[in-house]
Design a protein around this ligand. Sequence first.
Ligand code: MV4
Length: 509
Amino acid sequence: MATPAVKIKRVLIANRGEIAVRIIRTLREMNIESVAVYSDADFDSQHRYLADYAVRLPGTASADTYLQIPKLLAAIVSSGADAVHPGYGFLSESSEFARQVSEAGAIFIGPPPAAMDRMGNKIHARNLMTQHGVPVVPGAQAPLRDAAELKKLAHEIGYPLILKAAGGGGGRGMRVVRQDSELEAALSACQREAVAYFGNPEVFCERYIERPRHIEFQVLFDAHGNGVHLFERDCSVQRRHQKLFEEAPSLYLNEKQRADIGAKAVAAARAAGYVNAGTIEFICESPDKAYFMEMNTRIQVEHPVTEMITGLDLIAWQIRVAQGEVLPFKQSELRPHGWALEARINAEDPALDFAPAAGTVHAMNLPGGPFVRVDTHLYPGYRIPDAYDSMVAKVIVWANTRPEALKRMQRALSELRLEGVQTTAPFHEALLALPAFREGDFTTKLIEEQAEYWRKSFRESGGDGDEPTLAAVLGVLTASQQSATPSVESAQSTRTSLWNDTARREGLE
Ligand code: MV4
């Protein structure tokens, strides 16, 4: 392996929870020291215990702690960290943070700020993709000026349409429009939300794809112009833009389609001048019609499924390319191996419409055994604070084939016990039993469209509370019909607390 241009010795992790723990583990394996930062609510958190050093960020709210650039810069200086890993959420996609970390003399373990900016504006990203031969959904090439212009475009593109904020992403502030009469109100609502959520009033439109498959490609680029894709993840199983279950590879694509879309993902990242690990999101109308949606310029929650099918530690590779190392493999040398699944375990209360719920983990039993991985920051006696997001564990399994992986996930979930908190685990058990899911016949609408199937089973079981799984699933479904609450991963960077926000939104909408 080529000698790195620089050798990172001490990394500050500007994050918390399972991802902070995950990053510390790789650092230790690489003989790199770790520096945790912790808010007052995270005094008892595992990432603080596990790191070599820990720096307090006074305060509790994300805005006062994990989102506070000045406090983080002070922690970098006081700890002597020579690099920063941002994890996901929080400041991970802030080009401003990346710039200030560099100016403070530390290495930002992530993409160059300019690449983040190129992909951050969705209109700019769409146009950049078109220039580089990456397909986008037919739509606007500039911010919409007014309803008249939108109407003209609508007649060119055809209904249904979707309005999105240029500064948005991850599903927030989108509006579907099905006819002329809805245009004006939808445009002004979308513009209003664009200002409120993203501080940017620019809005654009695209043809709306009713039942897409959400497939994203992991890419990895070094600083010397070498880049590969590490195959795809199918993240179609989601509710309210919150991913619940991910897998790699996707049953939807054959080898040729995988290679074609993968090449487009590499072209997309190259067009942005990308370095480090990133993800190109596509929505697919059919396996041969994949459109670029957006790029996530961070490590993602679901990165472990890619690690399982490639055998690569993605956090380690992020660090290596940040040190200037050259990628030692070519695309032609990479092959996916077997099948990996991930179930996100969120602490949520079915009695409160599956609202995020804090609590103390009085006792726990985590799944184990062959080819099972659990990424979590939980330990017995830990009190889950309500100031941050509700994801508390990821159960990841690997097997040679998808049917074997499904069986293994069922086995793993059957071992999971978290006493004192209610979780999304029952939802996953119901999902794994669902014929459409098992057969791979699903889109992003799966959960909504299966509502009737689950309701019927619930009625036939008597609906008397003897069926905790179905009752829990019905709770998920009820929640899924409420107003959109987008993904934690992308949303927590712009909000002080998702948990409080859920309650706030219910009052507002
Ligand atoms: C779309 C779409 C249909 N047509 N764009 C949601 C998240 C953001 N990244 C883009 N999203 C969508 N954009 C067009 N032109 C449907 C969605 C969408 C979606 C996409 C991926 C995963 C889950 C989704 C759930 C609802 C809507």
